[in-house]
Write a protein that binds this ligand. Structure first.
Ligand code: HEC
Length: 512
C-alpha cells in the first residue's frame, strides 16, 4: 500500500515536471498563424500612398513596442517575449495573410487590432512593415567621416568648453553635427538649470543637485533638498532675488496611513546653499507612489508660476475640477492664487486650476517667441500630445484621446470632441521634456521643437508651421531614455538621459 502511494507520487511528480518543461518549451516556439491564414489576400495594392498611410499608423500605434526601424527595440527588456523584429527572416518568410492574421488576433503583449482598426488600415500597416526588410540597417548608424568638418569656434560656451577635436559626428537632414558628451555618471538625473553666473545645476532624483562650471562638477548644493526630486527652474528675476523652484514627490507612508503629495518648493540659492525652503504647494493626498509624474514647473511672460500634476488615481478624475489629478495649476510666484484664475469663481472647483483633462504632462516650456506656454503629455498607447496651454481648456483625457489601452482596446470613440482642445500634434514616443530652438546656430532648425523620447530613446525634431505638424526627424538614436531637453543660453541644444546618465550637447559642424 505504502509502495503504491509512493509510485503514484513518483509518476505524479514526473508528469508535472514534463508538463512544465513542455509549456516552457512551447513558449519559445515561434508564433504560428493557422495555415488557412496564408490564403488571405490584400484587397488593396501596396502603392506608395498606401505605404505612407501605413507609416503614419505605425508611428502612432506600433513604434512604442516595435521601434522606429522595426527592430522590435521600442522598450527593450519590458516584455517577456520581445516585440517582433520585422527584418528577421522568420517574419519576412511569412505570407502577408499570416501577418494579417497575427495583427488582427494578437497574442500576449501584442494587441489584436481586429476591432480597433478597419481591414483597410490593417493592410496599410502590413504594406508598411514589409518595407523594413528593404532598409539598409548599416546606413542607420553610419558615422560621418570627420576630417571634412570643423567646429565653429565663433560660438564658445561658458558652461562647457568646446571640444578640441571632432568625435561622434552624425548627419541630420539639414547638417552634420557632433554629439558632444559633456557630463557622465549622472544618477537618475531629471532636470537642468543654467544660471546667469555661467554655472549649471543638474537635479538628480535622489535629492542631489550638482553644480558644473567650465565643464567640471565643482559642487553639490547643501540644504534641505527634498528627495524624489523632479524639476528645477529659476525665478524669472533670479538674477535679483536668487529664487529657485523645485518639484518633488512626498512618498506615502503606508504604515502611518498618510498619502503622497506632488509638491512644489521655493528656496533661495546663496552661494552653494539652499536657504529659506518653503513648500508652497502640495497636491494630494494620493495613495500611490510617485511614479505618476507631471511635476513640471514653468513661468509665463507675466511671471505667473505654472505647475503640472499628473493623474494619480482614477483616470476619470482628470475631468473633475474638484481634485488634483491631470491638471495644470497657476500661482503667483509665492504660491498664492491669482485673483483672475479661470475657475476661481466656479463652485466646487480648486481655485488653482488653469486647465484640465491632462494625463501626464511631463514637459512644460514657454515658447520664447510667442510667449505661449506649451506642454507635452505622456499618453497611453500612441496618444502622446503636444498642447498649447489655455485658461479653462479641457484637453480631453480620457473622454477624447488618440490613446488606446495598452491591450489595443479603444479608450474614447473619437479623439476629437466638441469643447475639447485637440493636441496640435500627437505621436507615440513616451515623451519627457522638450524645448524650442531659435536662431542661427543650427542651420535649418530655427523654430523647431525638440522632444525627448523615453521608450524610443531618441530626440525628436518636430517641424511645425502655423501650429500644424509638417514633419519630424529622429536624432540621437539609442543614446538612452532622454529625460531632459534644454536649449541653453549658450545657444546649444542639450539632452540628458536618465538611464545611461549622460548629458550631451549637439554641436553643428561646418564643412571645410
Ligand atoms: C504593447 C507592445 C506592442 C504593440 C503596441 C504592438 N506590438 Fe506587435 N508584437 C508585440 C510582441 C510582444 C510581439 C511578439 C508576440 C509573440 O511572438 O508572442 C509582437 C508581434 C507582432 C507580429 C508578429 C510577428 C511574427 O510573425 O512573429 C506582428 C506582425 C506585429 N507584432 C505587428 C504589429 C503592428 C503592425 C503593430 C501596430 C499596429 C503592433 N504590432 C503593435 C508587441 C507589440
Amino acid at each position: 500500500m505504502r509502495n503504491r502511494n509512493f509510485v503514484f507520487l513518483f509518476f505524479g511528480i514526473c508528469s508535472l515536471l514534463m508538463i512544465s518543461f513542455k509549456s516552457g518549451y512551447l513558449q519559445k516556439e515561434p508564433w504560428k498563424a493557422p495555415a488557412s491564414a496564408d490564403s488571405i489576400k490584400s484587397p488593396i495594392a501596396f502603392s506608395p500612398q498606401v505605404i505612407r498611410e501605413g507609416e503614419k499608423l505605425y508611428n502612432t500605434l506600433c513604434v512604442t513596442c516595435h521601434g522606429q526601424n522595426g527592430l522590435g527595440d521600442g522598450q527593450p527588456g519590458r516584455f517577456k517575449i520581445e516585440p517582433a523584429n520585422f527584418h528577421n527572416k522568420a517574419v519576412t518568410d511569412q505570407k502577408d495573410g499570416a501577418i494579417f492574421w497575427k495583427l488582427s488576433n494578437g497574442k500576449g503583449n501584442m494587441p489584436g487590432y481586429a476591432t480597433a482598426l478597419s481591414e483597410e488600415k490593417r493592410w496599410q500597416l502590413i504594406a508598411y512593415i514589409r518595407q523594413f526588410a528593404k532598409q539598409d540597417l548599416s546606413a542607420l548608424s553610419k558615422a560621418v567621416p570627420v576630417n571634412n568638418y570643423k567646429i565653429n569656434k565663433s560660438t564658445p560656451s561658458p558652461y562647457f568648453p568646446l571640444p578640441q577635436k571632432i568625435t561622434n559626428a552624425t548627419a541630420s537632414q539639414e547638417f552634420v553635427f557632433m554629439v558632444d558628451t559633456v557630463a557622465k555618471g549622472l544618477k537618475r538625473a531629471w532636470s537642468i538649470a543654467f544660471l546667469p553666473d555661467q554655472t549649471l545645476l543638474i537635479a538628480e532624483r535622489s535629492g542631489k543637485i550638482l553644480r558644473f562650471k567650465n565643464g567640471k562638477q565643482i559642487d553639490t548644493l547643501s540644504g534641505n533638498i527634498p528627495k524624489s526630486l523632479r524639476d528645477i527652474k529659476l525665478h524669472p528675476d533670479f538674477g535679483k532675488n536668487g529664487l529657485i523652484y523645485l518639484s518633488y514627490y512626498i512618498e506615502p507612508v503606508k504604515s502611518a496611513g498618510t498619502g503622497g503629495y506632488t509638491a512644489l518648493m521655493s528656496a533661495k540659492l546663496v552661494g552653494n546653499k539652499i536657504l529659506q525652503e518653503k513648500t508652497i504647494y502640495k497636491a494630494g493626498p494620493f495613495k500611490n507612489n510617485g511614479d505618476w509624474f507631471g511635476s513640471k514647473i514653468g513661468f509665463d511672460r507675466m511671471g505667473y508660476l505654472f505647475f503640472s500634476v499628473g493623474i494619480h488615481s482614477d483616470r476619470k478624475n482628470a475631468q473633475s475640477l474638484s481634485n488634483y489629478d491631470g491638471k495644470t495649476m497657476r500661482f503667483n510666484d509665492d504660491g498664492s492664487i491669482p485673483s483672475d484664475n479661470p475657475f476661481i469663481k466656479t463652485p466646487g472647483a480648486l481655485p488653482e486650476i488653469y486647465s484640465y483633462g491632462h494625463r501626464m504632462h511631463q514637459g512644460m516650456r514657454r515658447d520664447p517667441k510667442t510667449g505661449r506656454m506649451m506642454v507635452v503629455e505622456f499618453g497611453e498607447l500612441a496618444g502622446d500630445e503636444l498642447n498649447i496651454l489655455k485658461p479653462r481648456a479641457n484637453y480631453g483625457w480620457p473622454i477624447a484621446t488618440y490613446s488606446l489601452e495598452y491591450s489595443g482596446a479603444i479608450i474614447s470613440e473619437s479623439p476629437l470632441k466638441e469643447g475639447i482642445e485637440p493636441p496640435i500634434h500627437h505621436y507615440a514616443i513616451a515623451p519627457s521634456d522638450f524645448d524650442f530652438v531659435y536662431g542661427k546656430n543650427y542651420p535649418g532648425w530655427d523654430g523647431n521643437i525638440f522632444i525627448g523620447g523615453l521608450a524610443t530613446k531618441k530626440l525628436y525634431r518636430i517641424v511645425m508651421k502655423d501650429d500644424t505638424f509638417v514633419r519630424d526627424e529622429a536624432l540621437l538614436n539609442g543614446l538612452g531614455r532622454i529625460r531632459e531637453v534644454v536649449y541653453g543660453p549658450d545657444q546649444f541644444l542639450y539632452a540628458m538621459t536618465e538611464d545611461t546618465g549622460i548629458l550631451v550637447r549637439l554641436i553643428p559642424l561646418q564643412k571645410l
